[in-house]
Design a protein. Structure first.
Length: 415
């Protein structure tokens, strides 16, 4: 090991968690080398623009923000205290990216800024800080007590490095084409680290539609609905009917409940409320109005403003829907049951549940079994809903891992 080798911090994985750790370490005076398996960094960050690019969320407020991380809330409480939405916005502003809070509370870059703009500004900042980015370098595992094994794709050459400290920020296991392939899990299990099995989070749910419904409906939105899984909490928003089932923010938000119900052997039944803002008595009253000569579909449209798709959906759930008395129909409209057959495959999911168990880490995100190695981002065992909580969690943990290294005073710091 050369003296030069021992005077840097390695960051493995060039996603948002790794890049934030690299930035914080370089700002503290460390020499930082980022190793990324893909030809470019931030590939999953770049696809984040697909569904509306939100960086964080102002809705829950500081006190309740960490609860979005479910069983990992305690860990995120500490991380967010150092790098919460306010720090995230200040970080973006320092890159020249102004942000605003949308009506839903989501924090977006001002509309003209795409993920590519943010990444470009970020990489310029990292370049100015002297962060070295080595793309097409795949981490293959550990070497000795402090070392790393890597492969340079251009030559196929394998080599070892001995950084003063390492941040692993290897991502989850969805959208493998962006580099987040989860192939790191066996490398950690090899040294005894518990990796909770991966599972899809924030993904679509499969419903066994009839062939008729699938052909007739295709892909259509259901706006302003409320969705529940079994007797669980209700989530409002827009659901998209697809040929395989349902997707959209309320469905994603309920994936933990769907997973739990399916794992317990079912049943896993979504209940859709198509008129969540109409009190039950008003719904019943409207359905009790004389139909006259109007067809059933026209009656539903006129009395409840339910579009042409709804009668088909009601019949899909209950073939005799058109013959139901007003109270039965009111029950169906407000509790439309849709049995969930499964979740979409992990690779399609927006994020990954599972990952390195928190018990493996100390309060600074350092692996207890491997002092000097810190973990950050989606590779840890947590999940959160869409709406900015994912990037906020990744960036907060990247900042947390960097803070751990800085506090430990790893050699190579310029301080
Ligand atoms: C379609 C889509 C839309 C999204 N939209 C949003 C959004 O609007 N808001 C939001 O908050 N979140 C969003 N997310 C989620 C967010 O993009 C991820 O949570 C985030 O990118 C995870 O960051 P990370 O740094 O932990 O991992 P990643 O971004 O997955 O980065 C990990 C990096 O590690 C590299 N790597 C893996 N293994 C190795 C190895 N062995 N050697 C070297 N490098 C390796 C990978 O190539 C990758 O570049 C979205 C995700 C998707 C798929």
């Amino acid at each position: 090991m050369s003296a030069d080798n021992s005077s840097f911090v390695a960051v493995v994985g060039g996603g948002p968690a790794g890049l934030l750790a690299a930035q914080r370490l370089a700002e503290a005076g460390h020499r930082v080398r980022v190793f990324e398996a893909q030809a470019t960094v931030g590939r999953k960050f770049l696809v984040a623009g697909h569904g509306g690019f939100n960086l964080s969320n102002a809705a829950p407020g500081a006190a309740r923000f960490a609860t979005q991380y479910g069983p990992a809330a305690g860990h995120f409480g500490n991380l967010l205290a150092r790098f919460g939405p306010a720090e995230l916005r200040a970080w973006a502003a320092a890159l020249g990216i102004e942000t605003f809070v949308g009506t839903s509370g989501r924090i977006f870059p001002v509309p003209a800024h795409t993920p590519a703009d943010v990444l470009r500004a970020w990489l310029a900042r990292l370049g100015a800080l002297g962060v070295e980015i080595h793309t097409r370098h795949r981490w293959l595992g550990f070497a000795g007590p402090c070392g790393l094994r890597l492969r340079r794709a251009a030559t196929g050459e394998e080599f070892a490095l001995e950084p003063a400290a390492t941040v692993l920020a290897l991502g989850g296991a969805s959208w493998a084409k962006t580099g987040s392939d989860g192939a790191w899990a066996p490398l950690l299990r090899e040294i005894g680290v518990e990796v909770v099995p991966f599972a899809p989070a924030n993904c679509g749910a499969e419903v066994a539609w009839s062939a008729f419904f699938r052909d007739k409906v295709g892909r259509q939105p259901l706006k302003n609905i409320a969705l529940r899984m079994n007797e669980g909490p209700e989530v409002r928003g827009e659901v998209m009917l697809t040929d395989y089932g349902l997707e959209g923010t309320p469905v994603y938000a309920l994936t933990p409940q769907v997973r739990a119900a399916l794992a317990a052997g079912g049943p896993a039944v979504f209940h859709l409320n198509l008129k969540p803002d109409l009190p039950a008595a008003a719904l019943l009253h409207k359905l009790g109005a004389p139909r006259g000569k109007a067809s059933w579909a026209d009656f539903l449209k006129k009395t409840l403003h339910l579009g042409a798709l709804i009668p088909t959906l009601l019949r899909e759930a209950r073939p005799d829907a058109a013959a139901l008395p007003p109270d039965g129909l009111a029950q169906l409209i407000s509790h439309l049951p849709l049995p969930v057959a499964g979740l979409r495959p992990l690779d399609e999911a927006i994020s990954t549940a599972g990952g390195v168990a928190w018990a493996e880490l100390d309060a600074h995100l350092m692996l207890r079994r491997r002092p000097g190695t810190y973990l950050a981002g989606e590779m840890l065992d947590w999940e959160a809903p869409t709406g900015g909580y994912l990037l906020q969690g990744c960036l907060a943990s990247g900042a947390g891992a960097a803070a751990g290294i800085i506090a430990a005073g790893a050699p190579g710091g310029g301080v």
